[in-house]
Design a protein around this ligand. Structure first.
Ligand SMILES: Nc1ncnc2c1ncn2[C@@H]1O[C@H](COP(=O)(O)OP(=O)(O)OP(=O)(O)O)[C@@H](O)[C@H]1O
Length: 723
């Protein structure tokens, strides 16, 4: 036993010695050959294949900026072995451009297309930094890698395990939704590298006793723009406030942020901005073929069904906008048996299930219906054939990340985007962002309508009806809450047809719309100012405020608070005297669309032709039919309106005053008359009846009280009469 122990100690000592020597060599190599700050290593000459690597003479080292292979880089043998095992030999562009900077200790902001190898671009320097710092397993947390989703964190962790296999660091995956939080709390202080989602990390910072990351060396934000956006803002700020400022920071994403504010929050020190595909003619991988089709809302499911039926041998990733839609489409299509396995993935699923579905989809051909939870970062083993975006992504960045699930690394891929006619603005935005799209007109003959089948399904399985209703409502809500109103216009959607396309017998009521459409109690000046502002914002262009919601909703939108003022009688008076007044029926519940843009009220001339509402103050009519308003005329128009309104207000007040006085006088008259009659009755009772009942006594007493009136002295007079 003893004999065996001695060589082991020797072996450990020798290993430590080797490591120290290696670290010394790496540091000298890195220091002597580091590229200038701001330089682009992609423009450096590639070292010849057979050129000596590392120390090439006394105090001389080979240049590493410009390296194209991992074995040419100043990285440890452990990392090189891990890379070899992962079959990574050649560097991708983002790796070539960023590694020379990150290895020499600089902060890096890296942007590169989806699937271009950003993960290794930060995993390698994380391992190297800790290695060169001789980070021991007992040293605590040395690096934190934050990722926006659990799946992505899981995937990063897998890459870290491969490349870091020969290092002796301890690493942990801290993501929400896993039960073993208590176990995590016990172990987290022993971990060197944390791969986590923001929420779970903060939970540990808040709850784990003695959680310590004061020695942190490297912080990584993967999908940085997502982590830095408002959704994670509070959590991230809380995390950052607990981290030491002296550290190395890497921010990577396919759609990068350069916002000064964001960088200030992260205390980056002269970061290297590395955007390898900035000069590229396209923002998406060149081997990705992208198609766009104009599909009306009510035909989306038909189109999706037809698409799936004609691609039964593919692996298809379908994006829908909400969990409920994913659930409905998945369940409904599953019942209809398209001839290919179907799967679904959304944020409401348990974590284990999510992970299971993700790996199943990687392995077999199938259709995966998903929300944006699968939009970023996930690497489906290079094997997604088609990305189908049934619902329009919220912005260009989201589009780029979604299509980026295919055509990864060197493999090809295809994507198709369904755009509704009202979403055409998205096309412009994609074009501006250098997304090459090929427009295809769907072949109507090959369209396989599915709504009839869905109707039958809803009859057969009544539970489905609720699922369909929820899906219908959440889709419309998702459109309603979208920020970019240029693209997402709920008013232009054919709601009834859409409902029918889900197989629903009736259009569900959209309560969220009604609630949001309640009239605001604004003063006339406020209303006026608001409409002025809206007009200014609209650039004085007239749009057709066309609405095709369900019948009740259409009715609700006939009046608009910016168009009307209410007096006590609920009579609506239209601002701008020419427009006919709208009488609001007292008994009818009034709901108003406060979001209708100003200037969209339809006005008729004497012959009943529709007139653009602002035509009479218009100066120029453009060729496209829109109208440009003259500023002076507009000011004059509003001045007049203000005066008119003041006048009308005055008249209203006067009228109201008069009405109240009349009412008071009438009441007094009635009162007097009543008293006189009562007195007469009293007298008569006394005269004609000897026995006075208790009830009548009470009544008399009450009346005495009621009629008492100190104001005019009448009461006293009456009391005297009664007593
Ligand atoms: N140097 C390399 N050699 C071979 N394959 C690589 C190399 N670097 C990365 N890959 C592979 O390329 C694929 C995409 O890599 P990665 O997931 O890091 O892309 P990404 O740029 O982070 O994508 P996204 O923006 O979608 O997150 C992965 O399958 C990865 O294994």
């Amino acid at each position: 036993m003893k004999k065996g122990r001695v060589p082991r100690t020797n072996f450990r000592r020798k290993k430590q010695l080797d490591e120290s020597q290696e670290i010394e060599l790496l540091e000298s190599w890195i220091e002597s050959q580091k590229p200038d700050p701001g330089s682009n290593p992609l423009s450096f000459p590639e070292p010849p294949i057979d050129a000596p690597v590392g120390r090439v003479g006394a105090g001389l080292y080979s240049p590493y900026a410009g390296s194209t292979r991992f074995d040419q880089l100043p990285i440890s043998k452990n990392t090189k072995d891990g890379l070899r095992e992962g079959k990574f030999t050649e560097l991708t562009e983002i790796q070539r451009a960023s590694l020379p900077h990150s290895l020499c200790g600089r902060d890096v902001l890296g942007a590169a297309k989806t699937g271009s190898g950003k993960t290794l671009a930060f995993v390698i320097p994380v391992l190297e930094k800790l290695y060169r710092e001789k980070w021991s397993p007992e040293a605590g947390v040395g690096s934190i890698i934050i990722s926006p989703t659990r799946e992505l964190a899981g995937q990063l962790f897998d890459v870290l395990k491969i490349v870091g296999k020969y290092h002796c660091f301890s690493a942990g995956l801290l993501i929400g939704g896993r039960k073993e939080i208590e176990l995590e709390k016990e172990k987290v202080n022993d971990l060197n590298i944390l791969v986590c989602t923001p929420g779970r990390l903060l939970q540990h910072m808040d709850e784990t006793p003695n959680f310590d990351c004061s020695q942190l060396q490297v912080l990584v934000l993967d999908e940085a723009d997502r982590i830095l956006d408002v959704g994670f803002k509070k959590t991230l700020n809380a995390i950052i406030s607990q981290l030491p400022k002296r550290r190395q920071t890497f921010l990577f994403s396919a759609t990068q942020t350069k916002s000064v504010q964001d960088l200030a929050r992260l205390s980056l020190k002269d970061p290297e901005y590395i955007s390898v595909h900035q000069e590229s003619t396209t923002a998406t991988p060149s081997q990705l073929q992208q198609i766009v089709m104009i599909v009306p809302l009510e035909q989306k499911l038909d189109m999706l069904w037809s698409f799936i039926k004609s691609h039964l041998k593919s692996r298809i990733l379908v994006f829908l906008s909400s969990c409920k839609q994913v659930k409905f489409v998945f369940e409904a299509f599953k019942k209809l048996r398209p001839g290919i396995p179907l799967k679904c993935l959304h944020g409401r699923m348990k974590q284990d299930k999510r992970m299971g579905i993700y790996s199943e989809f990687c392995e077999n051909r199938s259709v995966l219906f998903s929300t944006d939870v699968a939009a970023r970062g996930l690497d489906f083993n290079k094997a997604v054939d088609w990305v189908v975006q049934v619902d329009c992504p919220e912005d260009v960045a989201s589009y780029i990340h979604r299509v980026g699930r295919t055509a990864r690394y060197h493999s090809g891929g295809r994507s198709v985007l369904f755009l509704m006619p009202s979403e055409m603005k998205m096309l412009e935005k994609l074009k501006e962002a250098k997304v090459p799209l090929q427009s295809i007109k769907p072949n109507a003959k090959r369209l396989q309508p599915v709504s009839g089948l869905l109707s039958a399904l809803l009859v057969k399985y009544p539970d489905f009806q609720q699922l369909a209703q929820r899906a219908f409502i959440t889709y419309l809500r998702s459109i309603y809450i979208q920020k970019d109103k240029e693209i997402f216009d709920i008013k232009s959607l054919p709601v009834d047809e859409f409902s029918a396309s889900f197989g629903l017998p009736m259009t569900p009521k959209l309560r969220f719309l009604s609630r949001a459409l309640k009239p605001k109690k604004l003063k006339s000046e406020q209303l006026l100012a608001e409409s002025e502002k809206n007009m200014e914002e609209a650039g004085f262009e007239l749009s057709n405020g066309q609405l095709s919601l369900s019948e009740s909703e259409e009715e609700e939108n006939n009046v608009h608070p910016r168009d009307v003022l209410f007096n006590d009688q609920q009579e609506a008076r239209v601002i701008g005297a020419d427009v006919p007044t709208t009488r609001v029926l007292k008994k009818k519940k009034l709901k108003i669309n406060i979001h209708r843009p100003a200037g969209t009220r339809v006005v008729f001339d004497d012959e009943g032709n529709t007139l653009p509402p602002l035509a009479r103050i218009a100066e120029i009519r453009r060729s496209d039919g829109t109208i440009l308003l003259d500023k002076d005329k507009k000011d004059e128009f509003y001045r007049k309106m203000r005066e008119e309104m003041k006048q009308v207000d005055k008249e209203d007040k006067l009228l109201e005053h008069q009405r109240r006085r009349e009412k008071r006088t009438k009441e007094k008259m009635k009162l007097k008359k009543g008293r006189a009659e009562d007195n007469f009755e009293e007298d008569s009772e006394g005269e004609f009846s000897d026995s006075e009942s208790e009830a009548s006594r009470t009544r008399k007493h009450k009346k005495t009280k009621i009629y008492f009136d100190d104001d005019d002295g009448e009461g006293r007079k009456l009391r005297r009469l009664l007593s």
